[in-house]
Design a protein around this ligand. Structure first.
Ligand SMILES: Cc1ncc(COP(=O)(O)O)c(C=O)c1O
Ligand SMILES: [Zn+2]
Length: 443
C-alpha cells in the first residue's frame, strides 16, 4: 500500500502541496499549513499490527528505523527514501517513574519524559531530523537550497546546526543576543553554522528569518514549517508505547512558540484515528508568567493577543507572539486543555525541589513541574492519575541557571533548596567535623 502525506491549510482552504515544496503558509489565506496523512491507506494495517511493527523497530539498528522517529516513518514522512534520512538516533528517551517526587505530591503514578536526553539535548531533534531529511531529498533530486535557516531561543539552532552539519548542508541561525545559555550558543558554533547574534528578542529574530526565507534557496527551519511537528508528534506515540500502549490521564508540557503542544496533540489524534487508543489524555500547557500569551488567552475565552515577553530563566520559552498559537488552541480545545503559569520563583523552586529527588531539571521543565504542583494543590489532578510531565531539555545546558540558584544570585528569588560546596583546608579533622555537623543538621 502506498502511504501519502501532503501539506494542507489548517483553516481548511482547498489544495494539497507536496512536502518537497518550500511552502510554509497557505497561499490562499496565509494561515499555517499542517501535514495531512492518507488515513485510509494507513488503515491497511490493524492497530495491533502497527504497535507490533513499532515495537519490533524500537531502538534497533536497521537504518533508519532504530530512531524512534523513523521507526514510525509511515506516520511521519512516508515518501522519504532511506538514503535521504539524516538521523542521529532520535527518541527512545527515558520515561522515568518519578516515584519519590510523586510521593511528595501525594501521587502514585507520576512520570517524566526526558526529551532532553537526546543528541543535542532537547526535544528539537525529533523534528529536525525530519526537516533536514526532506531538505536532503530535495537537494538529491536537483532542488536548489543554499542554506537552512532558523530563529531560535537556543535549542532549535543547536539542533538545526547539528543535523545540517551531519547532512553537509549550510546552516544559518539567528539568536537574540545575550538571551540564550552559553552551552546553547556554543552548539551551533561548534557545528560550523553561520551564527547571527541579533540585538533583539526571539520575536524579532523570527520576523527577520521569515523575510530571509522568502529568498529563493533559503529554507525555513522553524516550527511554523510543519515538517518539524511531524517528527515531534512521535513523542506522544513513544510515551504511549513506553506505557505498554496505555494512555496517560494527563500530559503537562511547557509552551513557548506552541509548536510542541500541537505536535503532541497530533500524535494522540493519529493514534486515536487508527484505533491504537480509545481515549485522549488531558493536555496542560505550562507557561512562564513573564511570557504568558497563551495563559492570557485561556483566561479570556481563547481570545489571543501577543505580549512583549519579559526576561525569564526559562529563556527558551521567552516568546510573546507564538507562531503556532492557532494550532495550539485547536489542540487544547480537543483535549480538555488547561493553561497555567509559573512565576520565576515557582519555576526555580520546582526544578530544585525535583532535583532533590534525583532529577536535574532545566528551567522549562521547572515551569511544567511548578504547574503540576499548582494543579495538584488545587485538586485538579487526582492522587491516582497517571501524569506525564514532558521535560523538554537537559538541565546540563542551563548551568548559569543552576549555579545562580544555588549561589542565591537569581533576581527576586530566595532559594529554599540552595546547596553550596563547603570549602575546607586539606585537613582530616576539618572534614570529619563537617561531616558530623552535616549529619546532625539533616537528622
Ligand atoms: C527547552 C524548551 N522547552 C520548551 C520549548 C517550547 O516549545 P514550543 O516553542 O514548541 O512551544 C522550547 C522551544 O521553544 C524549548 O527549547
Ligand atoms: Zn488557507
Amino acid at each position: 500500500m502506498a502511504y501519502r502525506a501532503v501539506f494542507r491549510c489548517i483553516a481548511g482552504c482547498p489544495g494539497d502541496y507536496p512536502l518537497w515544496d518550500p511552502i510554509y503558509r497557505c497561499p490562499t489565506c496565509s494561515d499555517l499549513l499542517e501535514v495531512s496523512h492518507d488515513l485510509d491507506a494507513l488503515t491497511d494495517r490493524s492497530a495491533v499490527a502497527w504497535m507490533r511493527l513499532f515495537d519490533e523497530r524500537y531502538k534497533r539498528t536497521t537504518w533508519p528505523y532504530g530512531s524512534s522517529v523513523w521507526g514510525k516513518k509511515e506516520w511521519v514522512c512516508p515518501d522519504i527514501r532511506d538514503e535521504s534520512v539524516v538521523s542521529m538516533d532520535e527518541g527512545g528517551t527515558n520515561l522515568l517513574w518519578a516515584e519519590r517526587f510523586g510521593r511528595e505530591l501525594g501521587m502514585r503514578d507520576l512520570w517524566v519524559k526526558l526529551c532532553g536526553n537526546s543528541h543535542t539535548g532537547s526535544f528539537k531533534d525529533l523534528g529536525m531530523t525530519v526537516l533536514v531529511s526532506v531538505v536532503q531529498q530535495i537537494i538529491k533530486d536537483g532542488g536548489t537550497i543554499r542554506a537552512v535557516a532558523c530563529a531560535s531561543t537556543g535549542d532549535t539552532s543547536a539542533s538545526l546546526a547539528a543535523y545540517a552539519a551531519a547532512g553537509g548542508i549550510p546552516a544559518i541561525v539567528l539568536l537574540p543576543r545575550g538571551k540564550v545559555s552559553t552551552a546553547q550558543l556554543l552548539q551551533p558554533i561548534a557545528n560550523g553554522a553561520l551564527v547571527l547574534s541579533l540585538d533583539t528578542d526571539f520575536d524579532g529574530c523570527m520576523a527577520i528569518v521569515q523575510r530571509l526565507s522568502q529568498d529563493e534557496g533559503i529554507y525555513l527551519a522553524n516550527s511554523m514549517n510543519s515538517l518539524r511537528l511531524e517528527g515531534q508528534k512521535t513523542v506522544a506515540i513513544e510515551i504511549v508505547q513506553q506505557l505498554d500502549w496505555q494512555i496517560p490521564d494527563v500530559v503537562i508540557i511547557p509552551g513557548g512558540n506552541l509548536g510542541n503542544v500541537s505536535a503532541l496533540g497530533a500524535g494522540f489524534d493519529l493514534m486515536a484515528a487508527l484505533g491504537l487508543i480509545n481515549k485522549q489524555p488531558q493536555i496542560v500547557v505550562a507557561q512562564a508568567e513573564a511570557a504568558n500569551p497563551l495563559y492570557r488567552a485561556y483566561q479570556n475565552d481563547w481570545v489571543f493577543e501577543p505580549v512583549a515577553a519579559k526576561p525569564t530563566q526559562a529563556s527558551a520559552i521567552q516568546i510573546g507572539n507564538p507562531v503556532s498559537v492557532r494550532k495550539a488552541i485547536r489542540t487544547l480545545q480537543r483535549h480538555r486543555g488547561i493553561v497555567e503559569q509559573a512565576s520565576e520563583a515557582e519555576l526555580a523552586e520546582a526544578a530544585a525541589r525535583a532535583d532533590r529527588t534525583g532529577m536535574y531539571n532545566c528551567p522549562h521543565t521547572g515551569v511544567a513541574l511548578a504547574v503540576l504542583i499548582k494543579l495538584r494543590e488545587r485538586g485538579l489532578i487526582d492522587a491516582s492519575a497517571r501524569v506525564v510531565v514532558v521535560s523538554t531539555a537537559s538541565g546540563l545546558k542551563f548551568t548559569d541557571f543552576k549555579l545562580g540558584y544555588h549561589e542565591s544570585r537569581l533576581p527576586h528569588i530566595t532559594p529554599q533548596y540552595a546547596n553550596t560546596p563547603v570549602e575546607l583546608p586539606n585537613d582530616y579533622d576539618a572534614v570529619r567535623r563537617t561531616v558530623d555537623e552535616h549529619a546532625a543538621a539533616v537528622s
